[in-house]
Design a protein around this ligand. Structure first.
Ligand SMILES: [Zn+2]
Length: 141
């Protein structure tokens, strides 16, 4: 247990401030109490006050999508909270960088629901689309 906490403490010291703020606010319900203490201590060390943390919480709660367990839905492409969901294709990406004729294709396998944070909603990867859209609009570049 002590070894586990030591690894968590090292992770917290290296984590982005935004990530720590998300974990002590909208992801709080899924966090270990000991880890929360460490994260709040780290935020305090970085000069963030309880008012700063409450302001971050209020800002996130205004746009985040919440799950039945009380935590926020995560983006499908990063750890930020999702602000929108949309259907898209789960794709199998094939790359052959070592052949003379390189190719990079994505085969649509099945439709699924993706969750997008504010950053990935602006530049989605894979692109936002519905199964009905023209497939030529769905290529990554
Ligand atoms: Zn994201």
């Amino acid at each position: 247990m002590e070894f586990h906490l030591k690894r968590v403490a090292e992770y917290i010291r290296r984590a982005d401030t935004e990530e720590l703020l998300d974990r002590v606010t909208i992801y709080r319900a899924g966090m270990e109490p000991a880890a929360l203490d460490l994260m709040e201590g780290e935020l305090d060390r970085r000069g963030l006050s309880p008012a700063d943390i409450r302001a971050h919480d209020a800002q996130r709660r205004a746009t985040a999508i919440f799950l039945p367990d009380g935590t926020a839905l995560r983006c499908s492409f990063c750890d930020r909270p999702a602000i929108q969901q949309a259907r898209g294709w789960h794709k199998l990406r094939l790359r052959a960088p070592f052949t003379s004729r390189s190719f990079n294709i994505a085969l649509p396998l099945f439709p699924r629901l993706f969750a997008y944070c504010a950053i990935h909603l602006e530049s989605p990867s894979p692109p936002l689309h519905t199964p009905d859209e023209n497939p030529s609009n769905t290529e990554d570049q």
